[in-house]
Design a protein around this ligand. Structure first.
Ligand SMILES: [Zn+2]
Length: 167
Protein backbone atom coordinates (compact mmCIF):
# COMPACT_ATOMS: atom_id res chain seq x y z
CA UNK A 1 0.00 0.00 0.00
CA UNK A 2 1.21 3.49 -0.83
CA UNK A 3 1.92 6.20 1.70
CA UNK A 4 1.33 9.92 1.47
CA UNK A 5 4.14 12.35 2.14
CA UNK A 6 2.45 14.00 5.11
CA UNK A 7 1.82 10.61 6.74
CA UNK A 8 5.46 9.70 6.23
CA UNK A 9 6.49 13.09 7.64
CA UNK A 10 4.52 12.36 10.83
CA UNK A 11 6.21 8.96 11.04
CA UNK A 12 9.66 10.56 10.69
CA UNK A 13 8.95 12.94 13.57
CA UNK A 14 7.52 10.15 15.70
CA UNK A 15 10.59 7.92 15.15
CA UNK A 16 13.01 10.76 15.87
CA UNK A 17 11.21 11.58 19.12
CA UNK A 18 11.46 8.03 20.47
CA UNK A 19 13.05 8.09 23.95
CA UNK A 20 15.90 5.72 23.06
CA UNK A 21 16.95 7.97 20.16
CA UNK A 22 16.61 11.17 22.18
CA UNK A 23 18.54 9.67 25.12
CA UNK A 24 21.31 8.60 22.77
CA UNK A 25 21.47 12.06 21.20
CA UNK A 26 21.55 13.79 24.56
CA UNK A 27 24.58 11.77 25.67
CA UNK A 28 26.44 11.43 22.36
CA UNK A 29 25.91 14.52 20.25
CA UNK A 30 29.27 16.12 19.43
CA UNK A 31 28.86 18.40 16.46
CA UNK A 32 26.05 20.53 17.85
CA UNK A 33 24.41 20.93 21.29
CA UNK A 34 21.53 18.66 22.20
CA UNK A 35 19.21 21.68 22.54
CA UNK A 36 19.68 22.12 18.81
CA UNK A 37 19.69 18.55 17.50
CA UNK A 38 16.77 17.31 19.61
CA UNK A 39 14.30 18.80 17.14
CA UNK A 40 16.21 17.81 14.04
CA UNK A 41 13.79 15.27 12.61
CA UNK A 42 14.10 15.31 8.81
CA UNK A 43 11.86 17.56 6.73
CA UNK A 44 10.59 15.43 3.88
CA UNK A 45 9.97 16.28 0.29
CA UNK A 46 9.25 14.08 -2.68
CA UNK A 47 11.14 14.23 -5.95
CA UNK A 48 10.37 11.81 -8.78
CA UNK A 49 13.61 9.96 -8.33
CA UNK A 50 16.86 10.44 -6.45
CA UNK A 51 18.56 7.93 -8.72
CA UNK A 52 18.15 4.44 -10.08
CA UNK A 53 19.18 2.73 -6.83
CA UNK A 54 18.46 5.60 -4.48
CA UNK A 55 15.15 5.45 -2.66
CA UNK A 56 15.97 8.43 -0.49
CA UNK A 57 18.80 10.76 0.38
CA UNK A 58 19.44 12.95 3.36
CA UNK A 59 20.79 16.47 3.01
CA UNK A 60 22.75 17.53 6.06
CA UNK A 61 23.89 21.09 6.62
CA UNK A 62 27.47 20.99 7.94
CA UNK A 63 27.02 24.38 9.64
CA UNK A 64 23.90 23.30 11.46
CA UNK A 65 21.96 26.23 10.10
CA UNK A 66 18.91 24.21 9.25
CA UNK A 67 17.32 20.86 9.96
CA UNK A 68 18.13 17.86 7.75
CA UNK A 69 16.14 17.56 4.54
CA UNK A 70 15.09 14.12 3.37
CA UNK A 71 14.47 13.75 -0.34
CA UNK A 72 12.29 10.73 -1.12
CA UNK A 73 12.03 9.06 -4.50
CA UNK A 74 8.37 8.91 -5.53
CA UNK A 75 8.78 5.31 -6.64
CA UNK A 76 9.48 4.05 -3.13
CA UNK A 77 6.31 5.74 -1.80
CA UNK A 78 4.15 3.07 -3.44
CA UNK A 79 5.17 0.76 -0.59
CA UNK A 80 4.66 2.24 2.84
CA UNK A 81 6.79 -0.34 4.65
CA UNK A 82 9.75 0.27 2.40
CA UNK A 83 9.26 4.04 2.54
CA UNK A 84 9.28 3.86 6.36
CA UNK A 85 12.41 1.75 6.16
CA UNK A 86 14.10 4.49 4.15
CA UNK A 87 13.08 7.07 6.77
CA UNK A 88 14.63 4.99 9.58
CA UNK A 89 17.79 4.45 7.53
CA UNK A 90 18.16 8.17 6.89
CA UNK A 91 17.46 9.08 10.52
CA UNK A 92 20.39 6.82 11.41
CA UNK A 93 22.53 9.00 9.13
CA UNK A 94 21.41 12.06 11.14
CA UNK A 95 22.62 10.38 14.35
CA UNK A 96 25.84 9.41 12.60
CA UNK A 97 26.33 13.02 11.49
CA UNK A 98 25.63 14.82 14.75
CA UNK A 99 27.41 12.22 16.92
CA UNK A 100 30.34 12.07 14.48
CA UNK A 101 30.25 8.30 14.11
CA UNK A 102 32.84 7.63 11.42
CA UNK A 103 31.35 9.90 8.76
CA UNK A 104 34.30 9.13 6.46
CA UNK A 105 32.37 6.02 5.51
CA UNK A 106 28.62 6.62 5.42
CA UNK A 107 27.82 2.91 5.49
CA UNK A 108 30.61 1.68 7.74
CA UNK A 109 30.83 0.87 11.44
CA UNK A 110 29.58 4.30 12.54
CA UNK A 111 26.44 3.85 10.54
CA UNK A 112 26.02 0.40 12.07
CA UNK A 113 26.14 1.91 15.54
CA UNK A 114 23.57 4.58 14.65
CA UNK A 115 21.25 2.09 13.00
CA UNK A 116 21.39 -0.13 16.07
CA UNK A 117 19.83 2.78 18.01
CA UNK A 118 17.22 3.69 15.40
CA UNK A 119 16.29 0.13 14.39
CA UNK A 120 17.15 -2.15 17.32
CA UNK A 121 15.62 -5.23 15.68
CA UNK A 122 16.35 -4.44 12.01
CA UNK A 123 19.94 -3.21 11.95
CA UNK A 124 21.65 -6.44 10.91
CA UNK A 125 21.99 -7.46 7.28
CA UNK A 126 18.98 -9.55 6.22
CA UNK A 127 15.99 -9.53 3.88
CA UNK A 128 14.23 -7.31 6.41
CA UNK A 129 17.15 -5.09 7.31
CA UNK A 130 17.11 -1.30 7.45
CA UNK A 131 20.59 -1.38 5.91
CA UNK A 132 18.85 -0.93 2.57
CA UNK A 133 15.49 -1.06 0.89
CA UNK A 134 14.03 -4.21 -0.59
CA UNK A 135 12.24 -4.29 -3.86
CA UNK A 136 8.96 -5.89 -4.92
CA UNK A 137 6.73 -5.85 -8.00
CA UNK A 138 4.90 -2.62 -7.08
CA UNK A 139 8.14 -0.74 -6.58
CA UNK A 140 9.62 -2.16 -9.78
CA UNK A 141 6.56 -1.12 -11.75
CA UNK A 142 6.82 2.44 -10.45
CA UNK A 143 10.61 2.64 -10.70
CA UNK A 144 10.42 1.62 -14.36
CA UNK A 145 8.56 4.89 -15.05
CA UNK A 146 11.75 6.74 -14.16
CA UNK A 147 14.43 4.21 -14.99
CA UNK A 148 14.10 1.86 -17.89
CA UNK A 149 17.40 0.17 -17.19
CA UNK A 150 18.76 -0.76 -13.83
CA UNK A 151 21.30 -3.02 -12.28
CA UNK A 152 18.67 -5.42 -11.01
CA UNK A 153 17.81 -6.28 -14.62
CA UNK A 154 21.31 -7.65 -14.95
CA UNK A 155 22.12 -4.80 -17.35
CA UNK A 156 25.23 -4.30 -15.24
CA UNK A 157 26.24 -7.82 -14.35
CA UNK A 158 29.25 -6.74 -12.33
CA UNK A 159 27.09 -5.23 -9.67
CA UNK A 160 23.78 -6.98 -10.23
CA UNK A 161 21.92 -7.45 -6.99
CA UNK A 162 18.43 -7.40 -5.64
CA UNK A 163 17.17 -4.09 -4.36
CA UNK A 164 19.89 -1.69 -3.38
CA UNK A 165 20.98 0.49 -0.58
CA UNK A 166 19.55 3.84 0.27
CA UNK A 167 22.01 6.68 0.09
ZN1 LIG B 1 22.58 5.27 3.73
Amino acid sequence: MAIRLNTLQKYAKEVYERPNIQNYLEVNTKKFPYTKVKDWYPILYESGTCGVETAGQIWLNPNGKEEPILEMSSWIMVDRNQAKRVVRHEIAHILQFVCELNTENWHGSGFGEALRIVSPTLHKYSERSDRGWHTNSNIEKERRKYHRLKKTDGSDKLSAKRGGSTE
